[in-house]
Design a protein around this ligand. Sequence first.
Ligand code: AGP
Length: 604
Amino acid sequence: MCGIIGFTGKLEAQDILLDGLEKLEYRGYDSAGIAYFKENGKISIRKTAGKVKDLRAICDDNDSLCGIGHTRWATHGGVTNANAHPHKCGNVALIHNGIIENYHELVSSYDLEKDLISETDTEVAAALFNKLYDGEHPLDAIQKAVPLFKGSFAFCIMFKNNPGVIYAVRNVSPMVAATCEDGSFIASDLTAFIQYSKKYFIVPEYTILTMTSEGISLQALDGTRVEPEFLEVNWDITAAQKDGYPTFMLKEINEQPAAITRTITPRIQNGLPDFSEDNIPKSLFENCRDITIVACGTAMYAGMVGKSLIQDMLGIPVTVAIASEFRYEKPVITEESLVIVVSQSGETIDTLEALRLAKTKTEKTLAIVNVKGSSIARESNYVLYTHAGPEIAVASTKAYTVQTAAFYLIACKLGLVQHKLTETEAHEFIQNLQNVSGHISEILKLSDDVERLTKRMLNASNTFFIGRGIDYTLSMEGALKLKEISYIHAEAYAAGELKHGTIALISEGVPVIALATQSHVYSKVISNIREVKARGAYVILLSMDEEITDTSICDIHISLPKVPDNFAIFESVVVLQMIAYYTSVGKGLNPDQPRNLAKSVTVE
Ligand code: AGP
Protein backbone atom coordinates (compact mmCIF):
# COMPACT_ATOMS: atom_id res chain seq x y z
CA MET A 1 0.00 0.00 0.00
CA CYS A 2 2.85 2.37 -0.67
CA GLY A 3 2.69 5.66 -2.50
CA ILE A 4 4.80 6.02 -5.62
CA ILE A 5 5.39 8.98 -7.91
CA GLY A 6 7.61 9.78 -10.91
CA PHE A 7 8.16 12.98 -12.85
CA THR A 8 10.28 14.00 -15.83
CA GLY A 9 9.96 17.30 -17.65
CA LYS A 10 10.79 20.98 -17.59
CA LEU A 11 10.16 21.66 -13.89
CA GLU A 12 12.44 21.08 -10.95
CA ALA A 13 11.69 17.48 -9.91
CA GLN A 14 12.52 17.45 -6.21
CA ASP A 15 9.63 19.60 -5.02
CA ILE A 16 7.17 17.90 -7.36
CA LEU A 17 8.19 14.55 -5.91
CA LEU A 18 8.08 15.70 -2.29
CA ASP A 19 4.76 17.52 -2.68
CA GLY A 20 3.34 14.50 -4.48
CA LEU A 21 4.54 12.16 -1.74
CA GLU A 22 2.81 14.32 0.86
CA LYS A 23 -0.44 13.82 -1.03
CA LEU A 24 0.20 10.07 -1.25
CA GLU A 25 1.31 9.70 2.36
CA TYR A 26 -2.08 8.31 3.38
CA ARG A 27 -1.12 5.18 1.45
CA GLY A 28 1.78 4.46 3.79
CA TYR A 29 4.04 6.54 5.97
CA ASP A 30 6.73 4.37 7.56
CA SER A 31 9.60 5.78 5.46
CA ALA A 32 10.13 7.85 2.32
CA GLY A 33 12.72 8.53 -0.34
CA ILE A 34 13.49 9.95 -3.78
CA ALA A 35 15.93 9.08 -6.54
CA TYR A 36 16.77 11.55 -9.29
CA PHE A 37 19.08 12.12 -12.20
CA LYS A 38 21.64 14.81 -11.49
CA GLU A 39 22.78 17.09 -14.32
CA ASN A 40 25.82 14.86 -14.88
CA GLY A 41 23.48 11.90 -15.45
CA LYS A 42 24.34 10.20 -12.15
CA ILE A 43 21.49 8.84 -10.04
CA SER A 44 21.31 10.33 -6.56
CA ILE A 45 19.15 9.05 -3.68
CA ARG A 46 17.78 10.60 -0.52
CA LYS A 47 15.75 8.37 1.80
CA THR A 48 14.92 7.99 5.48
CA ALA A 49 12.70 6.19 7.95
CA GLY A 50 9.93 8.55 9.06
CA LYS A 51 7.52 10.78 7.22
CA VAL A 52 7.81 12.87 4.10
CA LYS A 53 8.57 15.92 6.24
CA ASP A 54 11.67 14.06 7.52
CA LEU A 55 12.67 13.30 3.95
CA ARG A 56 12.18 16.92 2.93
CA ALA A 57 14.62 17.92 5.67
CA ILE A 58 17.43 15.96 3.98
CA CYS A 59 16.66 16.92 0.39
CA ASP A 60 18.96 19.68 -0.81
CA ASP A 61 19.31 19.05 -4.53
CA ASN A 62 17.29 21.36 -6.75
CA ASP A 63 18.98 20.73 -10.04
CA SER A 64 17.12 17.69 -11.29
CA LEU A 65 14.34 17.47 -13.85
CA CYS A 66 13.66 13.76 -13.50
CA GLY A 67 13.07 11.55 -10.50
CA ILE A 68 10.98 9.02 -8.62
CA GLY A 69 9.63 9.07 -5.06
CA HIS A 70 8.17 6.57 -2.61
CA THR A 71 6.38 6.60 0.74
CA ARG A 72 6.31 3.16 2.35
CA TRP A 73 3.99 0.86 4.27
CA ALA A 74 6.42 -1.85 5.37
CA THR A 75 5.73 -5.38 4.20
CA HIS A 76 9.15 -7.06 3.90
CA GLY A 77 11.66 -5.77 6.41
CA GLY A 78 11.34 -3.32 9.25
CA VAL A 79 11.06 0.46 9.18
CA THR A 80 14.69 1.42 8.64
CA ASN A 81 16.67 3.76 6.39
CA ALA A 82 18.16 0.76 4.57
CA ASN A 83 14.73 -0.71 3.83
CA ALA A 84 13.29 2.62 2.65
CA HIS A 85 12.77 3.00 -1.09
CA PRO A 86 14.19 3.84 -3.63
CA HIS A 87 16.54 0.89 -3.85
CA LYS A 88 19.64 1.19 -6.04
CA CYS A 89 21.70 -1.69 -7.28
CA GLY A 90 24.52 -1.04 -9.72
CA ASN A 91 23.05 0.86 -12.68
CA VAL A 92 19.41 0.62 -11.61
CA ALA A 93 17.29 2.56 -9.09
CA LEU A 94 13.66 1.75 -8.52
CA ILE A 95 10.60 2.12 -6.30
CA HIS A 96 7.91 -0.49 -5.85
CA ASN A 97 4.41 -0.95 -4.52
CA GLY A 98 3.38 -4.57 -4.05
CA ILE A 99 4.83 -7.90 -2.96
CA ILE A 100 7.24 -10.04 -4.99
CA GLU A 101 6.26 -13.46 -3.66
CA ASN A 102 9.16 -15.38 -5.23
CA TYR A 103 11.97 -13.05 -4.25
CA HIS A 104 13.85 -15.77 -2.37
CA GLU A 105 13.89 -18.00 -5.46
CA LEU A 106 15.11 -15.10 -7.57
CA VAL A 107 17.99 -14.44 -5.16
CA SER A 108 19.21 -18.02 -5.46
CA SER A 109 18.43 -18.47 -9.16
CA TYR A 110 20.29 -15.31 -10.16
CA ASP A 111 22.94 -15.31 -7.42
CA LEU A 112 21.87 -11.91 -6.12
CA GLU A 113 22.71 -12.34 -2.42
CA LYS A 114 26.01 -10.47 -2.66
CA ASP A 115 24.25 -7.44 -4.14
CA LEU A 116 21.77 -7.03 -1.27
CA ILE A 117 22.02 -4.83 1.83
CA SER A 118 18.37 -4.55 2.87
CA GLU A 119 15.65 -6.99 3.96
CA THR A 120 13.26 -6.07 1.19
CA ASP A 121 11.82 -7.89 -1.81
CA THR A 122 12.13 -4.62 -3.70
CA GLU A 123 15.91 -4.57 -3.56
CA VAL A 124 15.90 -8.07 -5.07
CA ALA A 125 13.94 -6.66 -7.99
CA ALA A 126 16.48 -3.85 -8.39
CA ALA A 127 19.30 -6.37 -8.34
CA LEU A 128 17.58 -8.52 -10.96
CA PHE A 129 16.92 -5.61 -13.31
CA ASN A 130 20.54 -4.61 -12.85
CA LYS A 131 21.73 -8.14 -13.57
CA LEU A 132 19.76 -8.20 -16.83
CA TYR A 133 20.68 -4.65 -17.88
CA ASP A 134 23.51 -4.47 -20.43
CA GLY A 135 24.12 -0.77 -19.75
CA GLU A 136 22.34 0.40 -22.90
CA HIS A 137 18.95 -1.27 -23.40
CA PRO A 138 16.58 -0.84 -20.44
CA LEU A 139 13.60 -2.23 -22.36
CA ASP A 140 15.42 -5.49 -22.94
CA ALA A 141 16.15 -5.78 -19.21
CA ILE A 142 12.51 -5.11 -18.36
CA GLN A 143 11.18 -7.56 -20.96
CA LYS A 144 13.42 -10.26 -19.52
CA ALA A 145 12.82 -9.50 -15.83
CA VAL A 146 9.05 -8.91 -15.63
CA PRO A 147 7.94 -12.46 -16.55
CA LEU A 148 10.14 -13.74 -13.71
CA PHE A 149 8.22 -11.93 -10.96
CA LYS A 150 5.37 -13.64 -9.09
CA GLY A 151 3.06 -11.39 -7.10
CA SER A 152 1.89 -7.80 -7.30
CA PHE A 153 4.09 -4.93 -8.38
CA ALA A 154 4.12 -1.36 -9.60
CA PHE A 155 7.70 -0.44 -10.47
CA CYS A 156 9.14 2.94 -11.47
CA ILE A 157 12.66 2.35 -12.70
CA MET A 158 15.62 4.55 -13.65
CA PHE A 159 18.60 3.15 -15.55
CA LYS A 160 22.06 4.68 -15.61
CA ASN A 161 23.07 6.00 -19.06
CA ASN A 162 19.39 6.86 -19.69
CA PRO A 163 19.09 10.24 -17.95
CA GLY A 164 15.69 11.90 -17.95
CA VAL A 165 13.83 8.66 -18.66
CA ILE A 166 11.57 6.76 -16.26
CA TYR A 167 10.25 3.29 -17.02
CA ALA A 168 7.27 1.71 -15.30
CA VAL A 169 5.43 -1.58 -15.32
CA ARG A 170 2.67 -3.00 -13.08
CA ASN A 171 0.72 -6.08 -12.18
CA VAL A 172 -2.29 -5.63 -9.86
CA SER A 173 -0.81 -2.71 -7.85
CA PRO A 174 -2.31 0.57 -9.10
CA MET A 175 -0.54 3.13 -11.27
CA VAL A 176 -1.89 6.10 -13.23
CA ALA A 177 -0.03 8.44 -15.58
CA ALA A 178 -0.48 11.77 -17.31
CA THR A 179 1.44 14.12 -19.53
CA CYS A 180 1.18 17.91 -19.93
CA GLU A 181 3.30 20.76 -21.23
CA ASP A 182 5.34 20.76 -18.00
CA GLY A 183 6.28 17.11 -18.33
CA SER A 184 5.06 13.60 -17.56
CA PHE A 185 3.80 12.13 -14.33
CA ILE A 186 3.19 8.67 -12.94
CA ALA A 187 1.78 7.80 -9.50
CA SER A 188 -0.18 5.34 -7.38
CA ASP A 189 -3.22 7.57 -7.70
CA LEU A 190 -4.38 10.88 -9.05
CA THR A 191 -4.00 12.91 -5.89
CA ALA A 192 -0.25 13.19 -6.53
CA PHE A 193 -0.49 15.16 -9.78
CA ILE A 194 -4.06 16.30 -10.29
CA GLN A 195 -3.04 19.96 -10.10
CA TYR A 196 -0.97 19.44 -13.28
CA SER A 197 -3.38 17.43 -15.36
CA LYS A 198 -7.02 16.36 -15.24
CA LYS A 199 -6.51 13.95 -18.14
CA TYR A 200 -4.89 10.69 -17.13
CA PHE A 201 -4.82 7.02 -17.95
CA ILE A 202 -4.48 3.81 -15.99
CA VAL A 203 -1.24 2.04 -16.86
CA PRO A 204 -2.35 -1.30 -18.31
CA GLU A 205 -0.94 -4.38 -16.59
CA TYR A 206 2.20 -5.97 -18.08
CA THR A 207 2.69 -2.93 -20.32
CA ILE A 208 6.02 -1.10 -20.28
CA LEU A 209 5.63 2.65 -19.91
CA THR A 210 8.50 4.85 -21.07
CA MET A 211 8.29 8.41 -19.79
CA THR A 212 10.45 11.30 -21.05
CA SER A 213 10.07 15.06 -20.92
CA GLU A 214 8.53 14.84 -24.41
CA GLY A 215 5.77 12.44 -23.38
CA ILE A 216 4.81 8.86 -22.62
CA SER A 217 4.82 5.73 -24.77
CA LEU A 218 3.45 2.29 -23.97
CA GLN A 219 4.42 -1.10 -25.32
CA ALA A 220 3.47 -4.68 -24.54
CA LEU A 221 6.19 -7.04 -23.32
CA ASP A 222 6.54 -8.30 -26.90
CA GLY A 223 7.27 -4.76 -28.06
CA THR A 224 3.96 -4.01 -29.79
CA ARG A 225 2.72 -0.45 -29.28
CA VAL A 226 -0.17 0.12 -26.86
CA GLU A 227 -2.39 3.20 -26.93
CA PRO A 228 -3.39 4.71 -23.53
CA GLU A 229 -7.12 5.06 -22.79
CA PHE A 230 -7.46 8.57 -21.35
CA LEU A 231 -9.95 9.41 -18.59
CA GLU A 232 -11.03 12.76 -17.16
CA VAL A 233 -10.80 13.47 -13.43
CA ASN A 234 -14.27 13.85 -11.91
CA TRP A 235 -13.21 16.01 -8.94
CA ASP A 236 -10.92 19.00 -8.42
CA ILE A 237 -7.80 19.45 -6.31
CA THR A 238 -9.65 21.13 -3.43
CA ALA A 239 -11.55 17.88 -2.93
CA ALA A 240 -8.25 16.32 -1.94
CA GLN A 241 -7.30 19.14 0.43
CA LYS A 242 -8.41 19.90 4.00
CA ASP A 243 -10.32 23.10 3.16
CA GLY A 244 -9.74 24.60 6.56
CA TYR A 245 -10.50 21.47 8.59
CA PRO A 246 -7.75 20.36 11.01
CA THR A 247 -7.78 16.86 9.53
CA PHE A 248 -9.05 15.05 6.46
CA MET A 249 -11.12 12.78 8.69
CA LEU A 250 -13.11 15.63 10.22
CA LYS A 251 -13.62 17.13 6.78
CA GLU A 252 -14.83 13.80 5.43
CA ILE A 253 -17.18 13.25 8.38
CA ASN A 254 -18.70 16.64 7.61
CA GLU A 255 -18.89 15.94 3.87
CA GLN A 256 -21.31 13.05 4.40
CA PRO A 257 -24.58 14.89 3.74
CA ALA A 258 -23.29 16.15 0.39
CA ALA A 259 -21.64 12.83 -0.46
CA ILE A 260 -24.88 10.93 0.10
CA THR A 261 -26.88 13.42 -1.93
CA ARG A 262 -24.37 13.20 -4.82
CA THR A 263 -24.50 9.42 -4.70
CA ILE A 264 -28.25 8.82 -4.56
CA THR A 265 -29.65 11.70 -6.64
CA PRO A 266 -28.53 10.40 -10.10
CA ARG A 267 -30.18 7.06 -9.20
CA ILE A 268 -33.62 8.39 -8.36
CA GLN A 269 -36.08 9.07 -11.18
CA ASN A 270 -39.67 10.06 -10.37
CA GLY A 271 -39.11 9.08 -6.77
CA LEU A 272 -38.02 5.54 -7.54
CA PRO A 273 -34.58 3.84 -7.79
CA ASP A 274 -33.18 3.89 -11.33
CA PHE A 275 -29.75 2.56 -12.36
CA SER A 276 -30.05 3.23 -16.08
CA GLU A 277 -27.25 5.85 -15.97
CA ASP A 278 -25.01 3.13 -14.51
CA ASN A 279 -25.97 0.69 -17.28
CA ILE A 280 -27.15 -1.76 -14.62
CA PRO A 281 -30.02 -3.73 -16.20
CA LYS A 282 -33.22 -4.66 -14.36
CA SER A 283 -32.40 -8.27 -15.21
CA LEU A 284 -29.55 -8.22 -12.71
CA PHE A 285 -32.15 -7.99 -9.94
CA GLU A 286 -35.01 -9.95 -11.51
CA ASN A 287 -33.85 -13.50 -10.98
CA CYS A 288 -31.24 -13.27 -8.26
CA ARG A 289 -32.12 -15.98 -5.78
CA ASP A 290 -29.33 -15.22 -3.35
CA ILE A 291 -26.75 -12.52 -2.77
CA THR A 292 -23.17 -12.69 -1.58
CA ILE A 293 -21.51 -9.47 -0.45
CA VAL A 294 -17.70 -9.49 -0.30
CA ALA A 295 -15.43 -6.77 1.09
CA CYS A 296 -12.94 -5.89 3.79
CA GLY A 297 -13.04 -3.73 6.89
CA THR A 298 -15.45 -0.84 6.85
CA ALA A 299 -16.64 -1.73 3.36
CA MET A 300 -17.61 -5.14 4.70
CA TYR A 301 -19.52 -3.55 7.57
CA ALA A 302 -21.44 -1.48 5.05
CA GLY A 303 -22.17 -4.77 3.33
CA MET A 304 -23.49 -6.19 6.59
CA VAL A 305 -25.98 -3.33 6.76
CA GLY A 306 -26.97 -4.21 3.23
CA LYS A 307 -27.50 -7.80 4.31
CA SER A 308 -29.68 -6.81 7.29
CA LEU A 309 -31.78 -4.56 5.12
CA ILE A 310 -32.23 -6.86 2.10
CA GLN A 311 -32.81 -10.00 4.13
CA ASP A 312 -35.22 -8.43 6.64
CA MET A 313 -37.12 -6.35 4.09
CA LEU A 314 -37.23 -8.73 1.13
CA GLY A 315 -36.57 -12.22 2.48
CA ILE A 316 -33.70 -12.79 0.02
CA PRO A 317 -30.86 -14.82 1.58
CA VAL A 318 -27.72 -12.71 1.84
CA THR A 319 -24.25 -13.86 2.86
CA VAL A 320 -21.52 -11.42 3.83
CA ALA A 321 -18.00 -12.74 3.34
CA ILE A 322 -14.65 -11.38 4.47
CA ALA A 323 -12.80 -11.15 1.18
CA SER A 324 -9.60 -12.77 2.46
CA GLU A 325 -11.66 -15.73 3.72
CA PHE A 326 -14.04 -15.92 0.78
CA ARG A 327 -11.27 -16.89 -1.57
CA TYR A 328 -10.43 -20.05 0.35
CA GLU A 329 -13.76 -21.22 1.78
CA LYS A 330 -15.29 -22.72 -1.37
CA PRO A 331 -18.20 -20.22 -1.51
CA VAL A 332 -21.60 -21.55 -2.63
CA ILE A 333 -22.29 -19.41 -5.71
CA THR A 334 -24.39 -20.36 -8.73
CA GLU A 335 -24.94 -18.50 -11.99
CA GLU A 336 -28.16 -17.16 -10.45
CA SER A 337 -26.23 -15.64 -7.51
CA LEU A 338 -25.64 -11.92 -7.38
CA VAL A 339 -22.20 -11.09 -5.98
CA ILE A 340 -21.69 -7.53 -4.75
CA VAL A 341 -18.13 -6.42 -3.99
CA VAL A 342 -17.64 -3.21 -2.03
CA SER A 343 -14.48 -1.13 -2.00
CA GLN A 344 -13.77 2.57 -1.53
CA SER A 345 -10.37 2.43 -3.24
CA GLY A 346 -11.29 -0.24 -5.77
CA GLU A 347 -7.76 -1.60 -5.30
CA THR A 348 -8.00 -3.80 -2.18
CA ILE A 349 -6.27 -6.94 -3.36
CA ASP A 350 -8.33 -9.34 -1.21
CA THR A 351 -11.55 -7.91 -2.62
CA LEU A 352 -10.18 -7.83 -6.17
CA GLU A 353 -9.14 -11.48 -6.01
CA ALA A 354 -12.51 -12.38 -4.46
CA LEU A 355 -14.21 -10.67 -7.41
CA ARG A 356 -12.06 -12.65 -9.82
CA LEU A 357 -13.10 -15.87 -8.09
CA ALA A 358 -16.77 -14.89 -8.14
CA LYS A 359 -16.59 -14.17 -11.87
CA THR A 360 -15.64 -17.80 -12.51
CA LYS A 361 -19.06 -18.78 -11.12
CA THR A 362 -21.46 -16.00 -12.09
CA GLU A 363 -21.70 -13.10 -14.51
CA LYS A 364 -23.85 -11.21 -12.03
CA THR A 365 -21.08 -9.27 -10.29
CA LEU A 366 -21.73 -5.71 -9.15
CA ALA A 367 -19.06 -3.46 -7.62
CA ILE A 368 -19.83 -0.55 -5.31
CA VAL A 369 -16.68 1.55 -5.72
CA ASN A 370 -15.65 5.14 -5.03
CA VAL A 371 -12.61 5.48 -7.30
CA LYS A 372 -13.38 5.80 -10.99
CA GLY A 373 -11.51 3.41 -13.25
CA SER A 374 -10.03 1.43 -10.34
CA SER A 375 -9.15 -2.24 -10.78
CA ILE A 376 -12.28 -3.59 -9.09
CA ALA A 377 -14.47 -1.18 -11.06
CA ARG A 378 -12.86 -2.25 -14.34
CA GLU A 379 -13.07 -5.96 -13.69
CA SER A 380 -16.64 -6.16 -12.36
CA ASN A 381 -19.49 -6.92 -14.75
CA TYR A 382 -21.42 -3.93 -13.40
CA VAL A 383 -20.33 -0.89 -11.36
CA LEU A 384 -22.25 1.40 -9.06
CA TYR A 385 -19.88 4.32 -8.40
CA THR A 386 -20.34 6.18 -5.14
CA HIS A 387 -19.69 9.91 -5.44
CA ALA A 388 -18.07 10.61 -2.08
CA GLY A 389 -15.10 12.35 -3.66
CA PRO A 390 -11.57 11.33 -2.68
CA GLU A 391 -11.37 9.83 0.80
CA ILE A 392 -7.91 10.64 2.14
CA ALA A 393 -8.16 9.77 5.84
CA VAL A 394 -7.20 6.18 6.49
CA ALA A 395 -10.31 5.69 8.62
CA SER A 396 -13.21 5.38 6.24
CA THR A 397 -16.24 7.53 7.08
CA LYS A 398 -18.07 9.08 4.10
CA ALA A 399 -17.30 5.97 2.05
CA TYR A 400 -19.20 3.87 4.60
CA THR A 401 -22.29 6.03 4.48
CA VAL A 402 -22.40 6.30 0.68
CA GLN A 403 -21.81 2.55 0.34
CA THR A 404 -24.67 1.99 2.78
CA ALA A 405 -26.85 4.41 0.82
CA ALA A 406 -26.02 2.44 -2.34
CA PHE A 407 -27.28 -0.71 -0.64
CA TYR A 408 -30.51 1.08 0.26
CA LEU A 409 -31.00 1.93 -3.42
CA ILE A 410 -30.25 -1.66 -4.40
CA ALA A 411 -32.63 -3.04 -1.77
CA CYS A 412 -35.43 -0.81 -3.00
CA LYS A 413 -34.77 -1.76 -6.63
CA LEU A 414 -34.71 -5.46 -5.73
CA GLY A 415 -37.99 -5.09 -3.85
CA LEU A 416 -39.69 -3.39 -6.79
CA VAL A 417 -38.34 -5.74 -9.45
CA GLN A 418 -39.21 -8.84 -7.44
CA HIS A 419 -42.64 -7.39 -6.51
CA LYS A 420 -41.85 -7.46 -2.82
CA LEU A 421 -42.40 -3.74 -2.48
CA THR A 422 -45.32 -1.77 -3.89
CA GLU A 423 -44.56 1.47 -5.71
CA THR A 424 -46.09 3.34 -2.79
CA GLU A 425 -43.78 1.61 -0.33
CA ALA A 426 -40.82 2.25 -2.63
CA HIS A 427 -41.68 5.95 -2.94
CA GLU A 428 -41.81 6.25 0.86
CA PHE A 429 -38.54 4.34 1.21
CA ILE A 430 -36.76 6.61 -1.27
CA GLN A 431 -38.19 9.70 0.40
CA ASN A 432 -36.76 8.49 3.73
CA LEU A 433 -33.41 7.93 2.01
CA GLN A 434 -33.46 11.46 0.58
CA ASN A 435 -34.06 12.80 4.09
CA VAL A 436 -30.91 11.15 5.43
CA SER A 437 -28.58 13.99 4.46
CA GLY A 438 -30.63 16.44 6.46
CA HIS A 439 -30.66 14.21 9.54
CA ILE A 440 -26.88 13.78 9.35
CA SER A 441 -26.51 17.55 9.19
CA GLU A 442 -28.46 17.72 12.47
CA ILE A 443 -26.15 15.14 14.06
CA LEU A 444 -23.04 17.05 12.99
CA LYS A 445 -24.22 19.90 15.22
CA LEU A 446 -23.67 17.59 18.23
CA SER A 447 -19.91 17.53 17.66
CA ASP A 448 -19.09 19.64 20.73
CA ASP A 449 -21.28 17.43 22.95
CA VAL A 450 -19.64 14.32 21.56
CA GLU A 451 -16.17 15.78 22.03
CA ARG A 452 -16.99 16.47 25.68
CA LEU A 453 -18.26 12.94 26.36
CA THR A 454 -15.14 11.37 24.87
CA LYS A 455 -13.08 12.77 27.74
CA ARG A 456 -14.19 9.66 29.67
CA MET A 457 -12.81 7.44 26.88
CA LEU A 458 -9.27 8.73 26.83
CA ASN A 459 -7.85 6.43 29.48
CA ALA A 460 -9.92 3.40 28.62
CA SER A 461 -8.07 0.26 27.63
CA ASN A 462 -11.16 -1.74 26.68
CA THR A 463 -14.53 -0.63 25.36
CA PHE A 464 -17.66 -2.41 24.12
CA PHE A 465 -20.16 -1.50 21.45
CA ILE A 466 -23.47 -3.32 21.86
CA GLY A 467 -26.77 -3.49 20.03
CA ARG A 468 -29.26 -5.82 18.42
CA GLY A 469 -30.14 -6.32 14.77
CA ILE A 470 -28.87 -3.55 12.51
CA ASP A 471 -27.54 -1.79 15.63
CA TYR A 472 -25.30 -4.82 16.29
CA THR A 473 -24.10 -4.61 12.70
CA LEU A 474 -23.32 -0.94 13.18
CA SER A 475 -21.52 -1.70 16.45
CA MET A 476 -18.84 -3.50 14.44
CA GLU A 477 -18.10 -0.39 12.41
CA GLY A 478 -18.09 1.74 15.56
CA ALA A 479 -15.62 -0.58 17.24
CA LEU A 480 -13.31 -0.59 14.22
CA LYS A 481 -13.32 3.21 13.98
CA LEU A 482 -12.34 3.56 17.63
CA LYS A 483 -9.65 0.87 17.46
CA GLU A 484 -7.94 2.07 14.31
CA ILE A 485 -7.50 5.72 15.27
CA SER A 486 -7.36 5.74 19.11
CA TYR A 487 -5.63 2.36 19.65
CA ILE A 488 -8.16 1.53 22.41
CA HIS A 489 -9.31 -2.07 22.21
CA ALA A 490 -12.98 -2.14 21.26
CA GLU A 491 -15.29 -5.09 20.78
CA ALA A 492 -18.69 -5.14 19.12
CA TYR A 493 -21.13 -7.52 20.78
CA ALA A 494 -24.67 -8.64 20.21
CA ALA A 495 -26.34 -7.15 23.27
CA GLY A 496 -28.20 -10.36 24.03
CA GLU A 497 -25.04 -12.44 23.86
CA LEU A 498 -22.97 -10.54 26.43
CA LYS A 499 -24.40 -12.49 29.37
CA HIS A 500 -23.09 -15.73 27.85
CA GLY A 501 -19.55 -15.02 29.01
CA THR A 502 -18.17 -11.70 27.88
CA ILE A 503 -20.01 -9.73 30.55
CA ALA A 504 -17.29 -11.03 32.86
CA LEU A 505 -15.11 -8.32 31.31
CA ILE A 506 -17.41 -5.54 32.45
CA SER A 507 -16.03 -3.82 35.51
CA GLU A 508 -16.20 -0.38 37.08
CA GLY A 509 -15.88 2.38 34.54
CA VAL A 510 -15.56 0.25 31.42
CA PRO A 511 -17.07 2.36 28.59
CA VAL A 512 -19.98 0.70 26.78
CA ILE A 513 -21.46 2.45 23.76
CA ALA A 514 -24.98 1.08 23.42
CA LEU A 515 -27.27 1.46 20.40
CA ALA A 516 -31.03 1.17 20.89
CA THR A 517 -32.72 2.51 17.77
CA GLN A 518 -34.65 -0.60 16.71
CA SER A 519 -38.10 -0.53 18.29
CA HIS A 520 -38.79 -4.27 17.86
CA VAL A 521 -35.91 -5.13 20.19
CA TYR A 522 -35.74 -1.88 22.19
CA SER A 523 -36.90 -3.26 25.53
CA LYS A 524 -34.54 -6.22 25.24
CA VAL A 525 -31.58 -3.95 24.55
CA ILE A 526 -32.45 -1.72 27.48
CA SER A 527 -32.47 -4.81 29.70
CA ASN A 528 -29.04 -5.78 28.40
CA ILE A 529 -27.80 -2.25 29.06
CA ARG A 530 -29.07 -2.39 32.63
CA GLU A 531 -27.09 -5.63 33.06
CA VAL A 532 -23.81 -3.93 32.17
CA LYS A 533 -24.69 -0.75 34.02
CA ALA A 534 -25.38 -2.78 37.16
CA ARG A 535 -21.81 -4.08 36.91
CA GLY A 536 -20.20 -0.66 36.77
CA ALA A 537 -20.06 0.07 33.06
CA TYR A 538 -19.96 3.70 31.89
CA VAL A 539 -22.78 3.65 29.38
CA ILE A 540 -23.18 6.03 26.46
CA LEU A 541 -26.57 5.31 24.92
CA LEU A 542 -27.69 6.31 21.42
CA SER A 543 -31.45 6.13 20.90
CA MET A 544 -34.33 8.07 19.39
CA ASP A 545 -35.89 8.70 22.81
CA GLU A 546 -36.47 12.36 23.57
CA GLU A 547 -34.69 11.99 26.92
CA ILE A 548 -33.53 9.24 29.28
CA THR A 549 -32.83 10.33 32.85
CA ASP A 550 -32.88 6.87 34.47
CA THR A 551 -29.30 6.52 35.71
CA SER A 552 -29.73 2.77 35.96
CA ILE A 553 -29.70 2.74 32.18
CA CYS A 554 -27.00 5.13 31.07
CA ASP A 555 -24.56 7.83 32.09
CA ILE A 556 -24.86 9.78 28.83
CA HIS A 557 -27.85 9.69 26.46
CA ILE A 558 -27.51 10.96 22.92
CA SER A 559 -30.96 11.66 21.54
CA LEU A 560 -31.17 11.03 17.78
CA PRO A 561 -33.79 12.66 15.52
CA LYS A 562 -36.81 10.38 15.18
CA VAL A 563 -36.67 8.55 11.85
CA PRO A 564 -37.93 5.14 10.62
CA ASP A 565 -35.88 2.43 12.34
CA ASN A 566 -34.23 1.32 9.08
CA PHE A 567 -32.76 4.80 8.58
CA ALA A 568 -31.44 5.43 12.08
CA ILE A 569 -28.12 3.86 11.16
CA PHE A 570 -27.08 6.92 9.16
CA GLU A 571 -27.35 9.14 12.24
CA SER A 572 -25.90 6.63 14.67
CA VAL A 573 -22.79 5.98 12.60
CA VAL A 574 -21.92 9.67 12.46
CA VAL A 575 -22.01 9.81 16.27
CA LEU A 576 -19.75 6.75 16.43
CA GLN A 577 -17.37 8.33 13.92
CA MET A 578 -17.19 11.48 16.04
CA ILE A 579 -16.65 9.45 19.24
CA ALA A 580 -13.68 7.73 17.60
CA TYR A 581 -12.39 10.97 16.11
CA TYR A 582 -12.48 13.05 19.28
CA THR A 583 -11.07 10.20 21.35
CA SER A 584 -8.12 9.98 18.95
CA VAL A 585 -7.55 13.74 18.96
CA GLY A 586 -8.02 13.84 22.75
CA LYS A 587 -5.20 11.31 23.03
CA GLY A 588 -2.98 13.55 20.92
CA LEU A 589 -2.98 11.11 18.00
CA ASN A 590 -3.21 11.82 14.28
CA PRO A 591 -6.54 10.35 13.13
CA ASP A 592 -5.59 10.79 9.46
CA GLN A 593 -2.52 8.56 9.65
CA PRO A 594 -2.92 5.96 12.40
CA ARG A 595 0.05 3.74 13.14
CA ASN A 596 0.55 0.50 11.19
CA LEU A 597 -2.23 1.32 8.71
CA ALA A 598 -2.51 2.53 5.13
CA LYS A 599 -5.48 3.67 3.13
CA SER A 600 -5.59 1.04 0.45
CA VAL A 601 -4.50 -2.51 1.28
CA THR A 602 -2.99 -3.70 -2.00
CA VAL A 603 -1.05 -6.55 -0.45
CA GLU A 604 -2.55 -9.86 0.71
C1 AGP B 1 -11.61 1.38 7.49
O1 AGP B 1 -11.64 2.58 8.23
C2 AGP B 1 -10.23 0.97 7.07
N1 AGP B 1 -9.51 2.00 6.45
C3 AGP B 1 -10.25 -0.33 6.30
O2 AGP B 1 -10.96 -1.28 7.05
C4 AGP B 1 -10.89 -0.26 4.90
O3 AGP B 1 -12.27 -0.05 5.01
C5 AGP B 1 -10.64 -1.59 4.19
O4 AGP B 1 -9.25 -1.75 4.04
C6 AGP B 1 -11.31 -1.68 2.81
O5 AGP B 1 -10.78 -0.70 1.97
P1 AGP B 1 -11.52 -0.44 0.55
O6 AGP B 1 -12.91 0.04 0.88
O7 AGP B 1 -10.70 0.58 -0.14
O8 AGP B 1 -11.55 -1.76 -0.17
